[in-house]
Design a protein around this ligand. Structure first.
Ligand code: FMN
Length: 302
């Protein structure tokens, strides 16, 4: 028997495999194809206070080894989520992480406040790779002052474990990590998708109406892994690693450099059963090497 349980400070998971936000809906959508009870955690689609329509189509474009997305954070809003999805999610034996975002600081804190009242929610993950409408659409995590303010304010209104989800927009990593520790983040997750561009050559125009889109999938894995490695070596906060994981060996790379858990995004769109094969592959790897506890493997590569 192998012990796959991991502890991320205040959040314990029965195993390290998490479904990443935006790639498994609100749980029910993926549930016919994957037994969610087997997952360490599921992260639901990023919620704002009011329902949000997102971007006009086209919204997805497959590229070599990846996917560009311009969904634009479409979601049903926190109230409909609580009403329509929590009953189903409450029947599951897995941790429930709720990803949130806002156009403004006030919107972030209002969503966090609503979720703080919901016992079933195990942690709140704030997506700080989204634009701050009060500051000319600057991405929250790209600016130390904005990041400090948003993390401090959300921390103030929630007792739940607070996960801060970072993206490649972070400029000064060491200062950013110092701020996250001092403002009370409990866990870090990285990375979000990479801002990228696709040109429609036939039309001689941008493919996406909003010009840039987020690149995810295997194409970003080595970049994401380097980010996780560096963050783990700098901070004492537990880290959830993600970016391009589609196999057990991909996941093991992140665990070996010190991620306490891993999340799968695009993998769920390619094949909703992949998360389970990744989990089984990690277990088999440990069994083959007679490692009894996954925690003994985490961070072995310094
Ligand atoms: C279609 C799609 C929707 C996404 N929606 C969100 C979201 O709502 N909130 C968020 O923080 N990340 C969102 N992401 C980012 C993923 O959660 C993940 O961080 C990123 O895709 C990198 O992991 P991957 O390469 O395994 O997909 C989305 C990604 C995709 C592909």
């Amino acid at each position: 028997m192998v012990n796959l349980a991991v502890s991320l400070g205040k959040l314990s998971l029965k195993n390290p495999v998490i479904l990443a936000s935006g790639t498994c809906g609100y749980g029910r959508e993926i549930s016919p194809y994957l037994d969610l009870n087997q997952m360490g955690a599921i992260t639901v689609k990023g919620l704002s206070y009011h329902p949000f329509p997102g971007n006009p189509p086209p919204r997805l474009r497959e590229v070599y080894a990846g996917v560009l997305n311009s969904i634009g954070l479409e979601n049903k809003g926190v109230h409909r989520f609580i009403q329509e999805d929590l009953p189903f999610l409450s029947s599951l034996d897995t941790r429930l992480l709720v990803n949130i975002w806002g156009h403004t600081e006030d919107e972030f804190t209002r969503v966090a406040q609503e979720l703080d009242k919901v016992e079933r929610v195990d942690a709140v993950e704030i997506n700080v790779s989204c634009p701050n409408m009060e500051r000319g659409r600057a991405v929250f995590c790209s600016d130390l002052e904005m990041l400090k303010s948003i993390v401090g304010k959300v921390r103030h209104v929630t007792q739940k474990p607070l996960i801060v989800k970072l993206g490649p927009e972070v400029g000064e990593w060491e200062k950013t990590l110092d701020i996250l520790e001092s403002e009370g983040a409990d866990i870090l997750s990285l990375t979000n998708s990479f801002p990228a561009l696709f040109i429609d050559v036939e039309k001689e125009d941008f493919f996406f109406k909003r010009k840039f889109a987020g690149l995810s999938g295997p194409a970003i894995k080595p970049l994401a892994l380097k980010m996780v490695y560096e963050v783990v070596n700098y901070t004492s906060l537990p880290v959830i690693g993600m970016g391009g994981i589609v196999s057990a060996y991909d996941a093991l790379e992140f665990l070996l450099v010190g991620a306490k858990a891993v999340a799968l995004g695009v993998a769920n769109l390619l094949d909703p059963g992949l998360a389970l094969s990744v989990l089984e592959g990690i277990e088999k790897y440990l069994q083959d090497r007679e490692i009894e506890d996954l925690e003994d493997l985490i961070g072995k590569v310094k």
